[in-house]
Design a protein around this ligand. Structure first.
Ligand code: ATP
Ligand code: MN
Length: 461
């Protein structure tokens, strides 16, 4: 037997006359009079390999149905069929595992994404989810290439944290206390002092604060890992567990931050187009016919840069009527963000200098006393895809803001010390990885771009 080869490799490089072995799962079997066509897919590409099986394997063929796992050896031949260069003339066919046609749920017909979510253990074998997870893989690879090429250090920040510092709320508590009988304080509250970490701990909502620590030693760093938010919002853009990319740069201001964000998106889109052209074409044809145009738009246009104050003025002038009110001081809602990116500028828009009251405590305060050096990158179809800022590096300004917001300083002592010892201007941003994959593929629901989504009432698989 020859060493098994991946189907993508054969489709790209296989030559008629070669003897090869492939392994995978059967998508379809079509019986003709003298022989059968068996289409095999091993996940390496959208297209499978068509095998022509004659009575050399008649007995095994009886056990081959959609979903069965097989190994086929044979000779590559030029395919007379259109849409494929080569096919496999089988010499031997071996069945690893059968799939009963009465009960295997992925028979060849259209299934709704809702239904496919209920069979997440099988859905990756479909065309769409297959394409999604290959693109997801390419995106993740592109993230590392981008930062590594620029000398950024990949740092691993903790998933368990004791600081609710972000004030992002919506935290999952991590505990080893006996929930049926937790220790109590004199006042009757649960005594987290007796918990595993000696204080209340949570799953992290962001690795930023720790990334800042690392940036103040390595200059340019990034995190790429899971984050958790117990937000009870059932939207098509929120998960309880999602992956976040957070670059953090020392000696960098908001302009540098914006430039990095723009370069980053351009790079990742170009990379995915180059490495997954068939999958991207599939999304464009079957999921959203603006996928290619959007990618092109990202890669070739300079992002628009406007201040929050300018954005509000543009929204107030808009002929469109919005569900949520627009006025200086209020946060932008998704409909506003989409109006700016989708309708008005028709390309990504970076909005900067938001009111400090709607942004986190660590953002650098502007001289006007009202705004901070924040930035959000807004994308057509998606709205906010990146949120970032220049950080407050001045100890007195940071302490004053923390006090104003009544944030307990004791858990942040180390964060403050960074401003005491060798502080520098620094900046960074956070990008939701699934939002990026959604954006790229045109998939409507964020649950369909992560293999095993975690959402309210759902942690199956
Ligand atoms: P939103 O307003 O959409 O809830 P946010 O303001 O809470 O976003 P940040 O705290 O700035 O978002 O988080 C950084 C990035 O993480 C966001 O730009 C977004 O891409 C992503 N993100 C935030 N919350 C989620 C979530 N629940 N599921 C998936 N991605 C998320
Ligand atoms: Mn949120």
């Amino acid at each position: 037997m020859t060493t098994p080869r991946r189907i993508l490799d054969l489709i790209r490089h296989g030559q008629p006359g070669e003897t090869v072995t492939v392994r995978g799962w059967v998508r379809t079997r079509r019986d003709q009079k003298e022989f059968s066509f068996v289409e095999v897919n091993d996940g390496s590409s959208m297209a499978g390999l068509q095998a022509l099986v004659t009575d050399v394997a008649a007995e095994a063929l009886q056990r081959v149905n959609t979903g069965a796992s097989v190994e086929i050896s044979g000779e590559l031949v030029e395919s007379p069929a259109k849409g494929q260069r080569i096919e496999l003339k089988a010499f031997t066919l071996q069945v690893f595992g059968e799939a009963d046609p009465e009960t295997y749920p992925l028979q060849k017909k259209r299934h709704s994404f809702e239904f496919l979510r209920t069979i997440a253990h099988l859905r990756s074998r479909t065309n769409t989810l297959g394409a999604v997870f290959r693109v997801r893989n390419a995106c993740a690879t592109a993230v590392h290439h981008f930062f590594q090429e620029r000398g950024f250090l990949w740092v691993h920040t903790p998933l368990i944290t004791a600081s609710d510092a972000e004030g992002a709320g919506e935290l999952f508590t991590v505990t080893s206390l006996d929930l049926n009988n937790p220790p109590r304080t004199k006042e009757g509250a649960i005594d987290f002092g007796q918990d595993f970490f000696g204080k209340r701990a949570f799953l992290t909502v962001s690795g930023q604060l720790e990334a800042e620590i690392m940036a103040l030693a390595f200059t340019d760093v990034y995190t790429f890992g899971p984050t958790f938010r117990a937000e009870n919002s059932n939207t098509s853009r929120h998960l309880a567990e999602f992956w976040m990319i957070e670059p953090e740069m020392a000696f960098c201001d908001l302009d540098g931050n914006m430039t990095l964000a723009e370069d980053f998106l351009k790079y990742v889109f170009s990379y995915v187009l180059k490495h997954c052209p068939e999958d991207m074409e599939f999304f464009n044809q079957r999921i959203d016919n603006s996928v290619m145009e959007t990618a092109d738009n990202i890669i070739h246009n300079q992002f628009e840069r406007i201040t929050y104050t300018e954005a509000i003025a543009l929204l107030e002038k808009a002929s469109k009527s919005f569900e949520y009110p627009v006025s200086w001081g209020l946060d932008l809602q998704s409909e506003h963000e989409r109006y700016l990116a989708e309708d008005l500028f028709k390309k990504p828009v970076i909005v900067t200098d938001y009111p400090k009251t709607i942004k986190a405590f660590y953002m650098r305060q502007n001289d006007d006393g009202k705004t901070v050096r924040a930035m959000d990158v807004l994308a057509p179809r998606i709205g906010e895809i990146i949120g970032g800022s220049q950080r407050e590096e001045r100890l007195d300004c940071l302490e004053q803001r923390i006090d104003e917001l009544h944030i307990p300083k004791d858990t942040l002592w180390w964060y403050l010390e960074l401003r005491r010892f060798g502080t520098v201007p620094h900046a960074g941003f956070g990008l939701g990885f699934e939002r990026l994959v959604q954006f790229m593929t045109g998939m409507q629901n964020i649950r369909d771009v992560i293999p095993f989504p975690r959402t309210p009432q759902n942690a199956e698989f």
